[in-house]
Structures are given as C-alpha cells and as structure tokens.
Design a protein around this ligand. Sequence first.
Ligand SMILES: Nc1nc2c(ncn2[C@@H]2O[C@H](COP(=O)(O)OP(=O)(O)OP(=O)(O)O)[C@@H](O)[C@H]2O)c(=O)[nH]1
Ligand SMILES: [Mg+2]
Length: 490
Amino acid sequence: MRSVTVAVAGHVDHGKTSLVKALTGIDTDSLPEEKARKLTIETGFAPLLLEDDFFAVFADLPGHEHFIGNMIAGCAVFNLAVLVVAANEGIMPQTIEHIDIISALRDSYPLVVVITKTDLAAPDVVESAIVQVADFLISKNISEFYIRPFSARTLEGLCDILGLIRALAEKTCLPSSSDSFRMHVARVFSVKGVGVVVTGHVASGSVRKGDRLEIFPGFRSCAARNIQRCGIDVEEASVGATLALNIKGIKRDNIYRGMTIVQPERFAPVLRASFICKNVSSSILEKTGEFLVYLGTSKVLSKLKFHNRILPGESGPASVIFRKKIICIAGDRVLVRSLNPPETIGGGTIFEIFSESFDTFALNEKKTRVRIKTPLLNRILKVVELAGLRGIAFGTVADLTGKDIGTVRRHAVFLSNKLKIKICGNFLVSLRAYDELKRQFIHLLNTGSSGSISDMRNIISAGRHFLVAVLEEFDRESLTVRTESGRRLL
Ligand SMILES: Nc1nc2c(ncn2[C@@H]2O[C@H](COP(=O)(O)OP(=O)(O)OP(=O)(O)O)[C@@H](O)[C@H]2O)c(=O)[nH]1
Ligand SMILES: [Mg+2]
C-alpha cells in the first residue's frame, strides 16, 4: 500500500474539517469536546482512496491558536499541504502562522490553496481573496502553489480540487526507506478485546506484524501485534505511513504522546544536534537563547546557538542542546518557537547529531546492548579513507558494507567523536581529507576567488552536493561566512 499525507492548515473556522469531509466523507472532529465546541482540537486523519492501493491521508489540523502544539505535531510528516482560506475573511493570523510552520518544516512542498465559503462571498470578494493569498505566498518565497475556489455548501470546486490532489500526490509519493523503524507516538487508546493502540507517522524504516519494538524513553520492550492503515489490516508499513499500531507488552498508562517507538538496538538518545535554521520570523536570529524545539510529536525545551546572524527569510547553522534526551537522526526536521511571545521563529533539517557514545550508553542502559562493532568501524573507516577528497555519501557506505543507514550513521558518529572522520551533512570524509579540503579552500580565497562552489570544483573534482556540505561545515566551524557570490574567511 502506498500513501501520501496531506496537511490541511489554515485559520480557525475557515473550513478545513468541512473540506476534508467533502473530500473523504469522514468527519474528523470525532472527540466529544470537538463536537461540543464545534472546532478541531486534535489533528484528525481521514484517508481517501486515489487508486488501487494508493491513498491520500488528510491530516485535518486544528486552526485555533490554543492548539498550535497539536497542529505542529500533526504536520510533523507531510508530502503536500492544503491551505484553507475563507473568501469572506482572507488572510488571518493563523493563516500566516500555519504557513510559517509548514515552511519551516519543509524546504519545498506543493501547496494547494482552497478559498472556501465562496457561497458567502460575492465574486469580486473571492477574486480579491485569491489575489491577496497569491501576494502573501510570493512574499513568503513559496513558489509552487495552486489556488482553487470551493464551497462546502454547494460543493462547487470539489472535482477540480480532487483532481489536483490526485495529480500532486502521485508526484510526491515518498519511496520506502531501508532505515531503521521509528514512529512518533501521536495518540494512544485502549480498545476492548484488542488492547493498546498507538497512532502516529512512520518517520523512518518499516514495521511488520510481529516485530519486536522498543519505546523511548526507557527502551521498554513491546511488539507489533497488528498494523492498520486507513482502517485496513496490513502486514507491513513503511516511512511516510500514518498507522494504528496495536502493541502488546506495554500498559496503556506507560505510553503517551511524544514518545518514540523504535526498532530495538538501533537508536541512542541524542543530547545535541546541529541544523540549518530557516528564519521565518521578522527578527534577526543571533547568539544563544532558550527555545521550544518540536520534533515529531515531542516538544523539548532547548538551548540554541546561532553561529551567524540569520536575517529574516535567510538560513544559517544552529546548534541545539536538548534539555531532555530525544531520538532523532540527521535529516529529521525540527521546528523552533520562542517562549515569550510564543511564536514560530524557524526550523530546518538536522545534519548532525551528537548522541551519547554508544559504548557508554550500552553500559549505562543495558549491558547486553552491543551497539558498536569494531570490524564494521574498520570497514567504514577504510571506505571513507579510500574516498579521499571526494567524500562518500552515507547511502553509498551502507550499500558497500551491506548495513542499513541507521547502523552506518551510529558507527560514523562514533568515528567522528574519535576524530577519525568528519560528517558533513549526508556525507562522510576522513579527517585528513577534510583538513586538506580546508587548506585548499583557504588558499583559493587568499588568491582572489569569490569562494563559490564552481571555483572549488575547478580544483577538486568532487560532487556538488558534497562540496556544498563541506563548505557549510566550514561556516559552522566559523572558518568562513557566506557572501552573495560565495564565501569569505571570518
Ligand atoms: N457557508 C459555508 N459554510 C462553511 C463552508 N465551509 C465551512 N463552513 C462552516 O464554517 C464553520 C467552520 O467550519 P469547519 O470546517 O469546522 O472549520 P475548521 O477550519 O475545520 O475549524 P477549526 O478546525 O476549528 O480550525 C462550520 O459551521 C461550517 O459549516 C462553506 O464553504 N460555506
Ligand atoms: Mg476543523
């Protein structure tokens, strides 16, 4: 079964739940409190069969500002987004905030804008709402958007929206990944005669019925008794899927939202990470401060350090120290909000994690946990050394060693902590080669180069993505700083 997740965002009462109901036939406001208050509190999921074995799962996000935490957790993973704007109100505060949040969570994504309540607005009002939204999105540097009018009362526009979502869904379906299984816990409940059911998004890897699993924090053991996607029992589910996992071996009270269900012996808790932060606020981000960092369904008070000044709309490297350990890997998206006022200020992709050394961790947590294997360390080191100045991608090392990316990453972090190799984004390079790249780049800058990637490629025949990652690492080390045409020494 394939599926894409469609995040449905927008200001309170603008018609998100009504749109999802028109598309899928499902009323996602299922909680008694939601029915009583006539608003969405928890993100609701509604599947729509697009074609044989291919679903769009709509994540109907709450629009009310009080439930912004639920909204963030609900769109931790999505393939495409729908922004709902009521024709008679136009852009409102949570329209802006939701766009900031989803833009901070993804660099680029197709966006369908649905202008709702067209039955309540005159044609010229609908027209000006369309112009207002288009101007707003362009001002936010969002390039791929499609605006469609719609009325939940007359259903005018529904077929057009459905066709558009179908076409975009096919384009954005994620390939399945071979990484280790990880799922952020969104909701937990007990079903009579079935047991504990956990819903959430698969953030990496895949799970099969009967798999042994662990729940972090604590790494308590449990197992997948049954898996459901879109209400259908399935044997297996992989990255990107929204699922209901019936687990055995753990009590309902010992599992809650924000926890992570993982494949055993694959993940160590992370205390620090680095990421490229996109500033979606109107202030300059600089120095250090306390922020709330959202990852998956967890929210952690964290200390952030911005290595350079990051101007509004720009991106720059940042380090984060989590106040409590979490499970994350390079490539995960984080969202950052200020404490006071509580506003979204940015977000980005983690490119480096610093976990507790796996050997120490093994001793502390469980003596039987053998996480680092010396022969594999030696093989990875050899492969990375052979790659020389060209570096090597994590995926290639995984292919060459026959291990999954999670295992390679764990061993690479260990080697990096031992100062044998350097991790640059998705690439590995030996420390010796990294120092040589640094020497050559400094020489280039000292001899009049603007420090562009093309200049660097004239002297080193390495891949563009690798060099970009290396130069970003130089910035992170405060060796260089970005300029309009390239880089200069700090
Ligand atoms: N006339 C008209 N009313 C609509 C339309 N869409 C939604 N409504 C009404 O607007 C109100 C709010 O609709 P919802 O779909 O619950 O809005 P929402 O965006 O999901 O609200 P939150 O989840 O609380 O953010 C309800 O009373 C709907 O019946 C529409 O196209 N036309
Ligand atoms: Mg709603």
